[in-house]
Design a protein around this ligand. Structure first.
Ligand SMILES: *Cc1c(COP(=O)(O)O)cnc(C)c1O
Length: 302
């Protein structure tokens, strides 16, 4: 197989993403400094935490001689999109196992169409199979059904032990730069790795975008898998999911649009908007003492 010219570039460590201070009276009024960790700029095609989580897995897949990557996601998954793009860049085949067999006969939405355009083969499965995808029997059947036996398996959302180690690097890049580092959470893998990489005296704050309250347990078990034990100082602010995954009520939309206009930052709505909203509300409620430096991780772009 041809070794694509960008293979080395893709797999090499990248320079730290930029850290920008922004001026915003909703924070300054309370003596809080707000920094944006621009992880949306870390890689042109695999932005943000998707790059952090995928890169170590891609290295492992290439080193292990795998020709195909298989992973899992919903119809709007950023992770599926990033995996498809990585496959195209690396010359690896990709298979996406997608939640919802009712989607199989329909036109692809924009997100899935981009996956397909990057060469990802999409395999739609029922919601009940999808829910059981980590049970060994179900998983073997799903992989066989998708023609992906023997492929390198990346879990849903990309959160495995290697991914957490990739995200720990994000924490190390922020050592000494902030008192509190905040990030939006889906699977919690990014927070789990980030917290482990921060220095003494720093803490991580996660803002779950899904309702449910199950994430703390997930994060502890991910950390145990990756580091042998729970790691770092972290907590969750559970009240900012705005009704659940993918929900963007009008006030949140207005907040995000205003933030974009005010700061010239493209605000991704599913995760980043909820993070910035939460930090604004928490600051106003006195959650951060005057003199606090907050860093918000911009994990992706619209
Ligand atoms: C996937 C994603 C997240 C969630 O990351 P987890 O590690 O699953 O918690 C956050 N922000 C953006 C922009 C994402 O695409």
């Amino acid at each position: 197989m041809n070794r694509p010219a960008n293979l080395d570039v893709l797999l090499e460590p990248r320079p730290p993403s930029p850290l920008q201070e922004i001026r915003d009276d909703r924070f300054e009024r309370y003596g809080v400094r707000l920094l944006l960790k621009r992880d949306d700029l870390v890689h042109p095609e695999l932005p943000g935490n998707k790059w952090r989580k995928l890169a170590p897995n891609l290295r492992a897949a290439v080193a292990g001689g795998y020709g195909c990557l298989v992973t899992f996601g919903g119809a709007y998954s950023n992770h599926l999109r990033a995996t498809a793009a990585a496959g195209r860049l690396l010359g690896l085949r990709t298979v996406g196992i997608v939640r919802g067999d009712e989607l199989a006969g329909r036109p692809l939405n924009e997100s899935l169409a981009r996956c397909a355009a990057d060469g990802m083969r999409l395999h739609f499965v029922s919601r009940s199979d999808y829910r059981r995808k980590t049970e060994p029997g179900t998983r073997a059947r799903l992989l066989a059904g998708a023609g992906a036996e023997g492929a390198y398996v990346v879990p849903e959302g990309g959160s495995n032990a290697l991914a957490l180690r990739g995200c720990a690097e994000l924490g190390r890049e922020l050592r000494g730069a902030a008192d509190v580092v905040a990030v939006a959470c889906g699977t919690g893998g990014t927070l789990a790795g980030l917290a482990a990489g921060l220095g003494p005296g720093q803490r991580a704050l996660g803002v779950p975008v899904l309702a449910g309250g199950f994430l703390g347990r997930e994060i502890r078990s991910l950390q145990t898998l990756a580091f042998g034990a729970p790691a770092g100082d972290w907590s969750l602010a559970e009240d900012f999911h705005h009704g659940g995954y993918g929900r963007v009520p009008a006030p949140l939309e207005a907040f995000a649009a205003e933030f974009e206009a005010r700061h010239g930052l493209p605000v991704e709505r599913i995760y980043v908007a909820k993070l910035l909203w939460a930090l604004t509300e928490l600051t106003a409620s006195g959650a951060f003492p005057p003199g606090t430096t907050l860093a918000a991780v911009v994990t992706g772009r619209p």
